[in-house]
Design a protein around this ligand. Structure first.
Ligand code: ACO
Length: 428
């Protein structure tokens, strides 16, 4: 392949370098386009064809259904690693040795406490507040109690900011749920594993010891690993672009949480369950909802189907579908919602509308079903996604800052009014 791409505008030719990634993906480097051409830009709403950065963290091939973190396949990581190992791998680039992992966990535990004044902020929210709004606010509020900016040239400062947020974030997650249920806030126990402690912080009743259920621990561990990173999606790009102004880590993460909240992104897992509930309430007629999803005059979409990059299948969905069957089987859960989900899945996979558009179930079609079986309320599903995505956001933010990337500032094609004289209010 040629190492240059040629662009012709008004009879004049411009050459741009072609760059290739380590998996032979090809990109045209247009950094000099505007300068060379005297103002021409590219336009690509939704960034379907635009690479915003070079990254060495996550590789995915949507056509082949491949997802790898730092070169390791998601299938192997989900089977053989735990969430904390995967977090370390994403952030620092290599799987940790046992000693490195022990130190990492022990450093995280040292920071697994939040300033008691954070409780006052949490108290000020009404119980009806959506947990994602509360989580975004509390994550941002942490800045008030911690150093706001990190010297990216200091490895120690970077490391401390990372273990600090990995320690504090699960507490905020658990507290948003306990607040909703009027449960006293709990700090869990430093003797537990990272994921066990999350479950204890979320579910421990004040009057009882909490007994860990291995099936739930494994299921949550797997779910968190599957959600841990997904290269330049909406929330991750938000974290990178917010951090590119040198805003601190915590506020950049808070921006990512807000971006994740939307139903077309992380909010889909909540939307899936709400959709399944609505179908059940409406008599369980999946065919009716399939017809609505295909009707161009109806805004209804089959939530949990389709993906911007996976146009074959979502490899995470395959793993999670198996985990969902195991968890529900082991817990002995019989749920009519699950039958509706299976019915919709079967119909969609055989329907030419979905087949032709390559719309397959995505990870969020199944994750909500597992969360529900675990006793996690629907409104908390996207919060659980944020918990899983935290190491991905951190690693992407760290990469962006360490590479000293410039501030993110896209261009636009202006389509508004040209210059016109001001009209006095009496003449409008
Ligand atoms: N139900 C019905 N039709 C759909 C669906 C769906 N879930 N998804 C896409 N389509 C149709 C569109 O109407 C469009 O049809 P057309 O070509 O006849 O106009 C075609 O498929 C392509 O859809 P786009 O919206 O252009 O695809 P895009 O890549 O922009 O969107 C998205 C991907 C947002 C995920 C979309 O499939 C969707 O809305 N899915 C439901 C929400 C969801 O599950 N989101 C979770 C994503 S995974 C995650 O964030 C972890």
């Amino acid at each position: 392949m040629s190492d240059k791409a040629t662009l012709e505008i008004n009879g004049k030719k411009y050459e741009f370098p072609i760059v290739t990634g380590s998996e032979n993906e090809v990109a045209i480097d247009i950094k000099n386009l505007r300068g060379d051409t005297g103002g021409v830009i590219t336009i690509d709403p939704g960034y379907k064809n635009t690479g915003s950065c070079e990254s060495a963290i996550t590789f995915l091939d949507g056509e082949k259904g491949i997802l790898r973190y730092r070169g390791y396949s998601i299938e192997e990581l989900a089977e053989k690693a735990d969430f904390l190992e995967v977090a370390y791998l994403l952030i620092f680039g290599e799987l940790p040795t046992q000693d490195e992992l022990n130190k990492f966990h022990s450093d995280i535990k040292k920071h697994a406490v939040v300033d008691d004044d954070v409780k006052k902020i949490l108290d000020a929210f009404p119980k009806s507040a959506h947990p994602m709004g509360v989580l975004a606010s509390l994550t941002s509020a942490l800045t008030a109690f911690n150093p706001s900016s990190v010297n990216v040239d200091s490895e120690e400062e970077m490391y401390n900011a990372i273990v600090r947020i990995l320690g504090k974030f699960p507490i905020l997650v658990a507290w948003t749920m306990r607040k909703k249920h009027g449960m006293p806030l709990d700090y869990g126990s430093s003797s537990l594993g990272y994921v066990e402690n999350i479950l204890q912080m979320m579910f421990k009743r004040p009057d009882e010891d909490y007994t860990q259920n291995k099936i739930l621990v494994n299921a949550l561990d797997k779910l968190l690993i599957l959600h841990a990173d997904h290269e330049q999606n909406c929330s991750t790009s938000t974290v990178r672009i917010t951090g590119s102004s040198h805003a601190g880590l915590f506020v950049s993460l808070s921006a990512g949480i807000s971006a994740l909240w939307g139903p077309l992104h992380g909010g889909a897992n909540q939307a899936v369950l709400e959709m399944l509930e609505a179908i059940k309430e409406d008599g369980g007629d999946t065919k009716k909802y399939m017809a609505k999803a295909k009707d161009k005059d109806d805004p209804f979409r089959l939530m949990g189907f389709g993906h911007r990059v996976y146009k074959n299948f979502d490899p995470r969905a395959k793993i999670i579908k198996k985990a969902a069957d195991e968890v529900l089987g082991d817990l002995g859960v019989e749920d009519p919602i699950l039958d509706i989900a299976k019915g919709l899945e079967k119909e969609a996979l055989e329907d030419s509308y979905f087949v032709d558009r390559k719309l397959y179930p995505n990870v969020d079609f199944y994750s909500g079903i597992i969360y529900r079986a675990m006793g996690i309320p629907t409104e908390m599903f996207t919060v659980m996604f944020a918990l899983g995505r935290l190491p991905g956001w951190i690693s992407q933010w760290r990469e962006m800052r360490m590479r000293k990337e410039p501030i993110g500032r896209p261009r636009q094609l202006y389509t508004g009014e040209t210059q016109r004289p001001f009209k006095e209010i009496s003449k409008r």
